[in-house]
Write a protein that binds this ligand. Structure first.
Ligand SMILES: *[C@@H]1O[C@H](CO)[C@@H](O)[C@H](O)[C@H]1NC(C)=O
Ligand SMILES: *[C@@H]1O[C@H](CO)[C@@H](O)[C@H](O)[C@H]1NC(C)=O
Ligand SMILES: *[C@@H]1O[C@H](CO)[C@@H](O)[C@H](O)[C@H]1NC(C)=O
Ligand SMILES: *[C@@H]1O[C@H](CO)[C@@H](O)[C@H](O)[C@H]1NC(C)=O
Length: 386
C-alpha cells in the first residue's frame, strides 16, 4: 500500500483539503443546528431556508482554495497507480515550462510561447488542409517516444538530430543503464524496442500522457532536411536497402532511358528524379512518404497534438539543453556535441535546387508548405516560385 502514502506537494494538499472539507462540514452542521434552534425559539423558522446556500458557499470556498489549484495536475497523475513512484516532490517539466521559478528563463519562455502560437495560428489559418482528419488513432502515434520517469513525450523527426535525441531518451528511460548518450551505438538507438512509443498504450493511458507530459519535437528547414535525406539515402554507396526499396522505383518511374543496371541497383538516383518522385501525385496515393522525407506535419500531427516545446535544428544545443533543464536532469545530462563536417548546409541546399525547374520547385514547396509556415521558415531566397 506504499503508493497510497502522499509524496508530492499536490497530494499532501489534496489530503489537507479533504481534512478541511470534513472539518468545515461538521462545523457548518453544528452552526446550522444552533441557528435553527435559536431561530425556532424566536418563532422565525421559515428564514432558515437561507442557510443551505450559505453552507454551500462555505464548502465551495474550500473546494476552490486547494482543490482547484492543485488537483488538476494531481488528478491526472492517477493517485493510486504506479505513476507516483518516480518524481518525489519535484516539479514536472510542464510546471517548469509554464510557471518557471527562475526569472532568467522568462525570455526563453516567451520565445517558446511565440513558437507555439505560430503553430496554432498556422493550423487555424489552414484548417481546410491541416485538419483534414478529425481524430488520430494509436497508429498515428508511432513517432511519439515516451519517458514516464520524467513525464516527457518526444516526437522524433528523422534528419533532425533524431539519433542523438533517441540516445538521450534511452539514457532518460534507462534507469541507470546508461550515463553517457554517446556510449550508445547509433544503430542501437534506432532499434524500435529500445524505446516505448505512445501507440503501445491503451486509449485512457494515451490521453492521460498527452495531457500531463511535456510534449516536444525538433524541426529543421524543410528543404535542408530534404537534401540531407537525399544525400544520406541515395548518394552514399553503402546503403543498399534504400536503393532497392525506393531507388529502383524512382528510376523506373522518372528516368526515360534507364539502363538495366540502374533499374536493378537503384543506386544513382539524381536529385531531380527524387524531386519528381516527391511531387508525383501517384507517390503519396500508393503509400505514405518514407519517414525520412515525410513532412513533420504528417509525422507528429502538430495540429492535433499541442506541442509544448518546438526545438529547432538551427539552435539545437540551446533548445535541447532547455528541454533537459525543464526535465530536471541538466546537472548530469547535456546534449552531445558532435563534429558537423558532413552536415547539409544552406549553401549545399541552394546548389541542389539550382537544377530543379521553377515548376517543380513550386510544386515541391506546396508539398512542404505547412512545415514552412508552421515552424516559421521563410521561403528560401534561392527558390524561383511561379
Ligand atoms: C519568425 O521569424 C522571423 C524572422 O525570420 C522573426 O522575426 C519572428 O520573430 C519569428 N516568429 C516566431 C513566431 O518565431
Ligand atoms: C540503411 O537503411 C536501412 C533502412 O532504413 C537501415 O536500417 C540501415 O541501418 C541503413 N544502413 C546504414 C549503414 O546506414
Ligand atoms: C533513348 O535512347 C534511344 C537510343 O539510345 C535514343 O534514340 C532516344 O533519343 C533516347 N530517349 C531519350 C528521351 O533520351
Ligand atoms: C546539375 O546538373 C548538372 C548538369 O546536368 C550536373 O553536372 C550537376 O552535377 C547537377 N548538380 C547537382 C547538385 O545535382
Amino acid at each position: 500500500m506504499s503508493s497510497l502514502i502522499p509524496v508530492t506537494q499536490e497530494e499532501f494538499c489534496y489530503l489537507l483539503s479533504l481534512l478541511s472539507l470534513s472539518l468545515s462540514l461538521s462545523l457548518s452542521l453544528g452552526v446550522l443546528g444552533f441557528e435553527l434552534r435559536t431561530l425556532c425559539l424566536l418563532g422565525r423558522c421559515s428564514t432558515t431556508s437561507a442557510l443551505p446556500p450559505a453552507l454551500l458557499s462555505i464548502l465551495f470556498f474550500y473546494v476552490d482554495t486547494c482543490f482547484q489549484r492543485w488537483t488538476p495536475t494531481f488528478m491526472r497523475r492517477n493517485p493510486f497507480g504506479v505513476d507516483i513512484c518516480c518524481r518525489k516532490g519535484s516539479r514536472s517539466p510542464l510546471q517548469e515550462l509554464y510557471n518557471p521559478i527562475q526569472l532568467e528563463l522568462s525570455n526563453t519562455a516567451v520565445l517558446h510561447q511565440m513558437r507555439r502560437d505560430q503553430v496554432t495560428d498556422t493550423c487555424r489559418a489552414n484548417s481546410a488542409t491541416s485538419r483534414k482528419r478529425r481524430v488520430l488513432t494509436p497508429n498515428d502515434l508511432k513517432h511519439l517516444v515516451v519517458d514516464e520517469d520524467h513525464e516527457l513525450i518526444y516526437c522524433y523527426v528523422p534528419k533532425v538530430a533524431c539519433t542523438n535525441w533517441k540516445r538521450l531518451m534511452m539514457v532518460l528511460t534507462g534507469r541507470g543503464k546508461y550515463s553517457d548518450p554517446m556510449e550508445i551505438p547509433a544503430n542501437e538507438a534506432h532499434v524500435s524496442t529500445n524505446l516505448k512509443t505512445l501507440n503501445q498504450y491503451s486509449i485512457p493511458e494515451i490521453n492521460h500522457r498527452l495531457k500531463s507530459y511535456m510534449k516536444f519535437l525538433f524541426v529543421r528547414e524543410p528543404f535542408e532536411r530534404l537534401v540531407s535525406a537525399y544525400r544520406n539515402k541515395f548518394t552514399q554507396k553503402y546503403n543498399t536497402s534504400f536503393h532497392k526499396r525506393y531507388g529502383t522505383k524512382i528510376i523506373k518511374r522518372q528516368r526515360k532511358n534507364a539502363t538495366q543496371e540502374a533499374l536493378r541497383k537503384g543506386d544513382d538516383v539524381k536529385f531531380e528524379e527524387f524531386v519528381a518522385y516527391l511531387i508525383d501525385p501517384h507517390t503519396q496515393r500508393e503509400e505514405p512518404f518514407n519517414e525520412h522525407w515525410q513532412t513533420v506535419y504528417s509525422l507528429c500531427h502538430p495540429c492535433h497534438i499541442r506541442y509544448d516545446l518546438v526545438g529547432k535544428y538551427e539552435t539545437l544545443e540551446e533548445d535541447s539543453n532547455y528541454v533537459l533543464q525543464l526535465a530536471g536532469v541538466s546537472s548530469y545530462l547535456k546534449f552531445p556535441t558532435y563534429a558537423k563536417s558532413t552536415r547539409t548546409t544552406d549553401e549545399m541546399t541552394t546548389e541542389f535546387f539550382q537544377n530543379i525547374s521553377s515548376e517543380h520547385q513550386t510544386q515541391l514547396y506546396e508539398v512542404y508548405k505547412l512545415d514552412f509556415l508552421m515552424f516559421n521558415y521563410s521561403v528560401p531566397s534561392y527558390l524561383k516560385l511561379e
